[in-house]
Design a protein around this ligand. Structure first.
Ligand SMILES: Cc1cc2nc3c(=O)[nH]c(=O)nc-3n(C[C@H](O)[C@H](O)[C@H](O)COP(=O)(O)OP(=O)(O)OC[C@H]3O[C@@H](n4cnc5c(N)ncnc54)[C@H](O)[C@@H]3O)c2cc1C
Length: 417
């Protein structure tokens, strides 16, 4: 069933136009080809010619997206992107995320998109030429290497990976894991510290450094198996006396933590709007099935349990969607003011996403957990999101602290702003 997208009366013409044209590509070119586009990538039993066809199909769709002016919504125009504000990008994301994996066909796929964003903001002209432009045109891949097995990823200030300037080179030593896209990456942006922190809150010694994946001493230990799979592209990486030129620092020493926050803050809104698009899809699949499947003498849609699933999912999706749009609006007006809203959606949306997909799986019965439908994949993705980009608890703490701070200085909370 195609996605039902119509112009939204309160939005300006440009946003509606972007949404409609995105939906056209999703409905006409991606959804009808979904199985052929993705299932072939890692399955070794698939014949070469089918792989080639899938690759060619992906390239054709990318070309179509590019010609439609819908490539790289997160990037400024000067770097070949759409130059969208947050809100427009959020409205576009819910449409493109309806089709599994479509983000990469629109040139906005993690971790590359987040790395592109910080390269645009902190990169020198030389770094942009060498790393950013190839990343954008797809001739390079990248990873973001922050989390460590021996330290709490939920508190990145605790990380241990060291970078010492020796003459004109950084010497990097550290142990990272869950560096996504690590197998394919041509370079990593590695979060390091240049000396011991003075206190637990000290971020003044943190720096991000660009490390080519073929530099001596970069050891990809393994692709960590997740969710019962033997391997994945989330990699464990040891940086063993890796030497890179001093000019590979991205921004100044002391900006590393802020750059990571810039990357993650924006990313959280985009991930949430992607989740909304996927919930929309799961909802359509659920209701479509409920209208067709007969059980015990009647259609599923006539059973009250299932009506409850449909109603609760509608409520979850609308709440998640409006919260995320609100956060994107705030982000456009004032980045700092959106902090609590970003944490709120980061907690609420993945949980709502899990609930909606869980109900859709239940309605589909055995088929719900099969690879014939995208639901099982969505289910794992939704659960993972409650950990990645900061676990739920950390965001809850941030919300509570910010609220309490207000009351401590004699102000109550203004939910209108
Ligand atoms: C699929 C996937 C992909 C990822 N990709 C990347 C990547 O590309 N690059 C990268 O650098 N990292 C990546 N990560 C790592 C991710 O960012 C971290 O897993 C996350 O920040 C949590 O860190 P941790 O796993 O070390 O958990 P910990 O920090 O050890 O936390 C464990 C648990 O403790 C609880 N907790 C934490 N703090 C508190 C608190 N203050 N109060 C109460 N409870 C608390 C939470 O429930 C949390 O889940 C990825 C993770 C996954 C699962």
């Amino acid at each position: 069933m195609p996605m039902n997208v119509k112009p939204i009366s309160i939005l300006d013409e440009r946003i509606n136009d972007i949404r409609m044209r995105t939906a056209e590509i999703v409905n006409d070119h991606i959804l009808p080809n979904e199985a052929r586009l993705w299932n072939l990538q890692r399955d070794s039993d698939v014949p070469q010619h089918e792989r080639r066809q899938a690759h060619q199909l992906r390239e054709e769709i990318k070309q179509r997206v590019w010609e439609a002016g819908l490539w790289a919504p997160h990037l400024p125009k000067e770097y070949g992107g759409m130059g969208l504000d947050f809100l427009t990008h959020a409205y576009m994301n819910e449409v493109l995320a309806y089709a599994v994996g479509a983000a990469s066909l629109f040139g906005v796929v993690a971790p590359n998109s987040g790395n592109e964003t910080i390269l645009v903001k902190y990169g020198t002209e030389e770094q942009k030429q060498k790393w950013l432009l190839p990343l954008i045109d797809g001739s390079m891949e990248s990873g973001f290497s922050m989390t460590e097995p021996d330290n709490a990823g939920s508190d990145p200030r605790s990380l241990n990976t060291s970078a010492v300037l020796e003459g004109a080179q950084w010497v990097i030593n550290g142990h990272k894991w869950f560096t996504s896209n690590g197998i394919a990456a041509d370079f990593f942006i590695v979060m390091c510290r240049v000396s011991e922190p003075e206190s637990a809150h000290d971020t003044s010694q943190m720096v991000q450094i660009i490390v080519p994946s073929n530099a001596k001493g970069v050891n990809i230990v393994r692709g960590i198996g997740i969710w019962g799979q033997d391997t994945s592209d989330h990699c464990e990486v040891i940086y063993d006396n890796v030497r890179v030129p001093a000019e590979n620092a991205l921004g100044q020493v002391g900006q590393g933590h802020q750059a990571a926050q810039d990357r993650l803050g924006a990313g959280r809104i985009f991930h949430c709007m992607n989740s909304v698009g996927q919930m929309w899809r799961a909802f359509d699949l659920m209701v479509e099935r409920a209208c067709q499947r007969k059980v015990h003498g009647g259609l599923l849609k006539e059973k009250q349990f299932i009506q409850g699933f449909i109603a609760d999912s509608y409520i979850d999706i609308q709440a998640a969607r409006l919260m995320t749009i609100h956060a994107a609006e705030k982000m456009d007006r004032n980045e700092g003011a959106a902090r609590i809203d970003i944490s709120a959606i980061k907690v609420f949306v993945p949980a709502a996403y899990s609930r909606v997909v869980d109900r859709a799986i239940q309605v589909w019965g055995a088929a719900g957990v099969s690879n014939d439908l995208p639901l099982a994949r969505m289910y794992l993705g939704a659960r993972t999101l409650r950990i990645a980009d900061g676990p739920d608890e950390v965001h809850r703490i941030l919300i509570a602290k910010s609220v309490v701070n207000h009351y401590e200085v004699g102000k109550s909370w203004d939910f209108g702003n």
